[in-house]
Design a binder for this molecule. Structure first.
Ligand code: HEC
Ligand code: HEC
Ligand code: HEC
Length: 210
């Protein structure tokens, strides 16, 4: 008697459970384009189609007839320099080649950015090439106040930066992975640009002593 009660209860619970799971996968998860339980991490999201048209991008209202009239990014990006990362456009070289001329100030088209040409070298331990942070490529788009002082104290070496914090969306990761090229296995060398040559790492003595 007691046993069959437990089984009945279990079946009910399992029924409710599978219902809840099903509801979540069909609505919430698919709406967000999320692939699995690691969905809290945007870097693990399933890759969606690159530069989809407004009707399919999940941002614009597909039921609004005006959405179909908007220019598709793929058309707008056609003449720009290509890259293998992020949204597949090399924004830095496209800007350098004057293929785009973004307006610096919303109301005054004559205002130009203050481009600051200063590289900051961040030394990385081990054989990984050092990171050269280029102010120039950033200040062509961004204002000093986009980074200083909230993301970085403007003083070389004053900030603790690690790959872990970048992957968590802090430091460089505030933008890289959201509005600028992301961290993937093929982008390491875009930031880690200063090669150390043929480094010989000191071997551990522990295993050699006899
Ligand atoms: C995209 C982010 C970003 C922007 C925008 C930016 N900086 Fe920086 N800046 C950095 C980083 C990163 C460092 C290095 C900090 C470190 O090494 O801890 C730095 C360092 C500095 C330093 C210290 C240099 C030294 O040798 O100690 C100064 C000064 C500075 N920035 C000024 C500016 C000015 C002026 C602007 C605007 C024209 C600007 N920055 C825009 C990220 C930025
Ligand atoms: C957006 C720029 C950027 C990209 C992309 C990037 N890194 Fe880094 N990486 C950094 C910065 C900045 C640091 C901190 C350097 C320092 O100590 O000041 C760092 C530090 C590191 C370190 C030192 C230890 C640590 O965890 O902080 C290693 C190892 C490393 N990166 C490996 C990688 C690998 C592997 C990739 C590709 C999968 C990669 N990085 C991609 C910017 C980047
Ligand atoms: C406030 C936003 C922001 C932050 C913070 C930021 N970046 Fe960037 N970064 C950009 C944008 C925007 C571009 C240009 C678009 C692109 O290349 O995807 C860019 C481009 C770059 C480039 C390419 C330059 C070239 O010549 O092609 C490198 C390298 C880079 N960032 C390294 C870093 C490193 C290292 C850090 C952290 C120390 C960092 N960035 C922090 C926004 C940012």
């Amino acid at each position: 008697m007691k046993k069959s009660y437990t089984i009945l209860l279990l079946t009910m619970l399992m029924g409710i459970n599978s219902f809840v799971v099903k509801a979540e996968t069909s609505n919430e998860a698919s709406n967000k384009g999320v692939s699995n339980v690691n969905s809290f991490n945007r870097l693990l999201k399933k890759e969606s189609k690159t530069n989809p048209p407004p009707m399919e991008d999940g941002i614009h209202d597909a039921d609004n007839p005006g959405t179909a009239l908007l220019q598709a990014p793929a058309t707008a990006f056609e003449t720009l320099d290509k890259s293998k990362h992020g949204n597949h456009i090399n924004w830095v070289s496209s800007l350098d080649a004057a293929k785009i001329a973004p307006r610096w100030d919303r109301s005054d088209p004559t205002i130009q950015p203050i481009v600051f040409d200063l590289n900051i070298i961040r030394e990385v331990k081990g054989s990984m090439p050092n990171v050269i942070y280029p102010h120039k490529a950033h200040t062509e788009w961004l204002d000093c106040s986009n980074c200083h002082p909230d993301i970085f104290i403007p003083q070389k070496g004053a900030n603790q930066i690690s790959m872990a914090s970048i992957m968590l969306g802090e430091k460089c990761g505030v933008c890289h992975g959201t509005v600028a090229f992301p961290v993937t296995t093929s982008t390491c060398s875009l930031c880690h640009t200063q090669s150390k040559g043929n480094v010989q790492l000191p071997r551990s003595q522990a295993s050699n002593s006899q």
